[in-house]
Design a protein around this ligand. Structure first.
Ligand code: SF4
Length: 317
């Protein structure tokens, strides 16, 4: 078989090629009449010659099913069987074994699982990614989007602390699917089924679309106080802890040990004012005014009074 370029367009990349096989030559690009199972429906071989067809298509898998490769061989091979002297392109047909599910009603086989061996392990959905022709698809994603419209962002799966590398494919503010992103050190080419369905769980979490104030505690009045102040602050990701009958300074180290805390603005019993900044995204805390401005310099009597006060309230002994 030989191929050569016979003409090129000087302004574009367009070109005409010529492919020569043992059964003749034809120019490319070429329209190939489809003779899947050994005949081009409604046309005779002579019609094809008169139409100038240089090559026609066949399908190995369909020919294997019907009329069967033994019969084709017995009748002199595919060219004699089709009465066609020109070139024939047959694809291997191997992938049709996977992709012909929709043709089952026509008596053609369908890919399935081995009898008694269901595909139900925690990594089963990876078959979607290793199917060579994209014939195996996920039930959730199937026909949900045209893949070429999807935007892609590299990210990490948040399903557990393994942190598998993923590509998030999304459109119009909705995550449509997670695909594994190669990282030989972490997840190689794979994702577990739980991680792969993270996108579905995100759909069910309203707080991702609208941030919420989370509350917790043992005293309803203090919870209410914290919520009320957070609603007034309207600041992004921040924590407010309200205490009664306790010293904020005593819990400070525990608060600092919390991995999500990057900055502590104050731990105080003073009146506090919060300095905020606002942008088109939202509001954030820049700092606080903790207590009031000094009214003078501490005297000996003030020191005595301060220490007595701290002993009286139980802060110092
Ligand atoms: S894909 Fe699975 S193993 Fe990997 S981070 Fe997500 S949940 Fe964890």
């Amino acid at each position: 078989m030989e191929f050569g370029v016979v003409r090129k367009d000087v302004e574009t990349a367009a070109r005409v090629g010529r492919l020569s096989t043992a059964h003749g030559s034809f120019d490319t690009p070429v329209f190939m009449p489809v003779g899947t199972a050994g005949s081009v429906k409604t046309l005779s071989p002579r019609d094809l010659v008169e139409l100038g067809a240089g090559i026609i298509l066949g399908n190995t898998y369909h020919l294997y099913l019907r009329p069967g490769h033994e019969r084709v061989r017995r009748l002199g091979g595919l060219h004699r069987f089709m009465s066609w002297g020109g070139s024939v392109l047959t694809d291997s047909g191997g992938f049709q074994a996977f992709s012909l599910g929709s043709a089952r009603e026509h008596g053609v086989g369908k890919i399935g699982v081995f009898p008694g061996r269901p595909l139900d392990n925690p990594l089963s959905a990876n078959v979607v990614d290793i199917c060579p022709v994209g014939a195996l698809t996920s039930t959730r994603f199937r026909f949900a989007e045209r893949v070429w419209y999807l935007d892609k962002k590299p990210s990490l799966c948040t399903g557990c602390d393994v942190g598998c590398n993923v590509t998030i494919e999304h459109r119009r503010g909705r995550i449509r699917r997670y695909k594994p992103r190669l990282n030989p050190e972490v997840n190689d080419h794979w994702l577990c089924d739980f991680g792969r369905t993270t996108a579905e769980r995100y759909d069910e979490l309203p707080r991702l679309l609208a941030p919420r104030i989370r509350k917790d505690g043992t005293d309803n009045d203090l919870i209410e106080c914290a919520v009320e102040n957070l609603l007034r602050l309207k600041a992004g990701h921040c924590f407010l802890i309200v205490m009664r009958g306790a010293f904020p300074i005593n819990v400070l180290n525990s608060v600092k040990d919390c991995r999500e805390v990057t900055h502590v603005f104050c731990a105080t019993a003073n009146p506090v004012q919060v300095v905020l900044a606002a942008s088109e995204q939202g509001r954030g805390i820049l700092g606080v005014i903790d207590g009031s401005s000094p009214k003078g310099i501490e005297l000996d009597t003030d020191i005595t009074q301060r220490k007595k006060f701290l002993r009286d309230i139980g802060y110092k002994r």
